[in-house]
Structures are given as structure tokens and as C-alpha cells.
Ligand binder design. Structure first.
Ligand code: NAD
Length: 355
């Protein structure tokens, strides 16, 4: 059956928008209908590249949201705009795919959760790594109880790009624009994966630091302070008592986008590594060694296609919601509080109950 293509409005035309757009173009279910960026040069360049007519290029997202033809929007702006744009999408009844972390802090995240709670709308939070087949297969094995009771989860998400001191003071280095640093940028993904695979985190203690404390202003006018974490190391407990660690850094020499999660249970263990995203290493029962297994093709997934399937009423229930994003944000805030106050923080039970 031939289905009408979903008309997608793309908000924010930077790095991640290319991934969103690629997903739209690759899908038979959707088209780039309109685009929005407050940077007029970026808007013009993308408009020309994608042949979006000038009347459907917007500098203000509210003008895009007023177009009754738009079926849904993607929100790929810096973190500071997530709350306002997602809130406006909810008010204009536009389904949306929102980038992570969903807000600057838990207060904003909670407002989004409440706004949707009273007025539900199809939506997705872009926790991209939920769509890796290795992650989906690991989830399947864990749900089958293949590993027994989980005792430990050791996780890492390491990049190196910030070692370059010439990188200027972009929004990722400013708390008022990003909420936190490496933690919110990279740690938010790992926290989501830990919930997706294992369960709720109930308490945390963290250490974090800033290695390069000043960077050149974007205006070219002197230097400004980096006031977010360049690295963050977290010890945590799951609700059922399992103990975990999470190492996050933008200063891990040689690492591009290195992500690894090791899960150890009473009857087995598995290792997910993003560099081999179609395999996992596993050791079950009496096996002598870890072995690499290929993942059945049925576990393959694609984030943007999943968004369109969701919009067409065919979601598989595995997409992250604002509820998930809200719990993620509460955990991020607890970690920031922990490394600021140098103590264990118990995560608000009332939030976990909503999840
Ligand atoms: N899911 C993932 O794996 C993943 C990967 C990278 C980035 N991200 C997330 O995507 C978001 C954007 O990151 P990026 O690397 O693309 O940033 P970026 O700086 O490359 O691009 C952001 C774009 O948004 C535009 N913008 C800013 N304010 C706007 C507004 N009010 N309205 C419209 N456009 C506006 C900017 O002009 C810029 O073009 C961040 O929240 C980041 O955490 C997610």
C-alpha cells in the first residue's frame, strides 16, 4: 500500500541535523518539508542543498510550528533551546523527536513531562544507541535472564576532541547553554543505556573536572571560562543492589567515539562495544572463554525510521519517551550535585515511580 510521506520540519541545522536529515532522505516514509535555524547562513546553505523552497525556511521555530502541513519536527538545537522548542511543539500539537539531554535541568524536564502527561502526543527522545543491534540483542538476552542476577555494570564513553586547546568556547563548554559538559553530552547516553538494559539507578557519587579551563571566545575577542566538566567518573547503585561505574571523558587520547558496557551476572557476562556494533562478546554458564557472537538480523534498527513508524502507529515500544528523558535528567542533576558537594546523592524516588 502506498502511504503518504510524512512532512518533517527539521529544527537546528548543525551536526546532528545531518544525521536526522540522512534518516529522512533514506526513508520511504518521510520527506524534509521545512527547515529552521536561527543562523541564516546555515539556513540558506541547507535550503539550497535540499531544495527546500524559501517560504519553508524559518529562522524562528514558531513560524514552522504554525504550518498545518507539518506532520512532525526534529529538534536538534543546542541543549538550551530543547525545553522551549519541545514545549512549543507540544502546545502546537506537533509530534517531535527531541535530542538529548532533553533539557538544561530536571526542573525544565519535569515541565515537559507534565505538559505531555496532560496532553499526550507521539514523540521520541533521540537516545541514538538504543538503535544499535548489539544493544537490542543484549536487552533481549538480559530479559531472558541469560546472565542471571546482575551484580556489576562497568561502562565507558570516551572521546578525545577537547584535548585540542584551539577549539573555541562553543556552547558545549558553557553551563548556561548546555547544562553540563561531557556528562550531559556523553553520560546521558550511557545512563539511558544502563536503564534500557539493566534498571533504575538509585544513588550516585561522582568526581568531575575541567582540564582546559579557558578557551577562545567565538567572537575572537579574548578568552572565556569553561564552566562544565571535561570528564566525569561515577559510581552508582541500581535499585536491586547491583553496583556500577561510568567513565566519561572528552580527554581520552586516541578515542573518537568509544563506548563500552560490560555486564556481569551470576550466570553469565556480556560486553557491548560500539566499535563492533553488530556483535557482542559473551560468556555463559560453563563456557571457558568469552566468544564473539553475530547478532541476528532481526535486531537491526534505525532511529529515524523508528520515529516514522511511531508516527504511523507502528512503534515497537523501545523508543525513549519524555518520561525516560526526565529520569535521565534527574540522574544527570544528581551526578552534578554529587561532584559539586562531594557526597553520595540518593535519586528522588518520586521521579523513578513515574517511570
Ligand atoms: N543523539 C546523538 O547521538 C547526538 C549526537 C550529537 C549531538 N546531539 C545533540 O544534538 C543537539 C545539537 O548538537 P549539534 O552537535 O548538532 O550542535 P551544533 O552546534 O552543530 O548545531 C546546532 C544548530 O542549532 C542552531 N540553533 C541554535 N539555536 C536555535 C534556535 N533557537 N532555533 C533554531 N536553530 C537553532 C544553530 O545555529 C546550529 O546550526 C545537542 O543537544 C546535542 O546534545 C546528539
Amino acid at each position: 500500500m502506498h502511504m503518504k510521506k510524512l512532512k518533517i520540519g527539521v529544527i537546528g541545522l548543525g551536526g546532528i541535523a545531518n544525521f536526522h536529515i540522512e534518516g529522512i532522505l533514506a526513508s520511504g516514509s518521510a520527506e524534509v518539508w521545512s527547515i529552521c535555524d536561527c543562523n541564516e547562513e546555515a539556513l540558506l546553505a541547507k535550503g539550497e542543498e535540499l531544495n527546500v523552497p524559501p517560504e519553508r525556511r524559518y529562522v524562528n521555530h514558531l513560524d514552522m510550528l504554525k504550518d498545518s502541513e507539518v506532520d512532525a519536527v526534529t529538534i536538534g538545537t543546542p541543549n538550551i533551546n530543547h525545553f522551549t522548542i519541545a514545549y512549543d511543539a507540544i502546545k502546537h500539537r506537533k509530534p517531535f523527536a527531541l535530542e538529548k539531554p532533553i533539557a538544561l535541568d530536571a526542573k525544565e524536564a519535569e515541565i515537559l513531562r507534565l505538559a505531555l502527561g496532560s496532553d499526550p502526543l507521539p514523540h521520541m527522545v533521540c537516545f541514538t544507541y538504543r538503535y544499535k543491534s548489539a544493544v537490542r540483542y543484549a536487552k533481549h538476552l538480559l530479559e531472558q535472564g541469560a546472565l542471571g542476577k546482575i551484580n556489576h555494570v562497568y561502562s565507558q564513553y570516551l572521546q578525545s576532541w577537547s584535548i585540542n586547546e584551539d577549539i573555541p568556547l562553543v556552547w558545549r563548554f558553557r553551563k548556561e547553554l548546555s547544562g553540563s559538559g561531557a556528562l550531559g553530552d556523553l553520560g546521558s547516553h550511557i545512563l539511558d543505556l544502563k536503564r534500557f538494559l539493566v534498571g533504575e539507578t538509585v544513588r550516585v557519587i561522582a568526581d568531575a573536572g575541567t582540564i582546559v579551563k579557558e578557551r577562545g571566545q567565538l567572537s575572537g575577542d579574548g578568552k572565556g571560562e569553561v564552566d562544565v566538566d571535561d570528564f566525569c567518573h561515577v559510581l552508582a547503585r541500581f535499585a536491586d543492589g547491583a553496583s556500577s561505574s561510568m567513565s566519561i571523558s572528552r580527554f581520552a587520547y586516541g578515542r573518537g567515539n568509544y563506548q563500552q558496557i560490560e555486564i556481569y551476572g551470576t550466570q553469565g557476562a556480556l560486553v557491548y562495544n560500539l566499535e563492533e556494533e553488530d556483535t557482542i562478546h559473551i560468556k555463559l554458564g560453563e563456557e571457558q572463554q568469552f566468544r564473539k557472537i553475530e547478532i541476528p538480523g532481526s535486531f537491526a534498527a534505525n532511529q529515524m525510521q523508528s520515529f516514522f513508524d511511531l508516527l504511523n502507529g507502528k512503534g515497537d515500544g523501545l523508543d525513549a519517551t519524555i518520561e525516560d528523558g526526565c529520569i535521565n535528567q534527574v540522574t544527570l542533576d544528581a551526578i552534578v550535585q554529587s561532584f559539586t558537594e562531594e557526597r553520595w546523592i540518593t535519586i528522588g524516588q518520586e521521579v523513578l515511580i513515574h517511570g
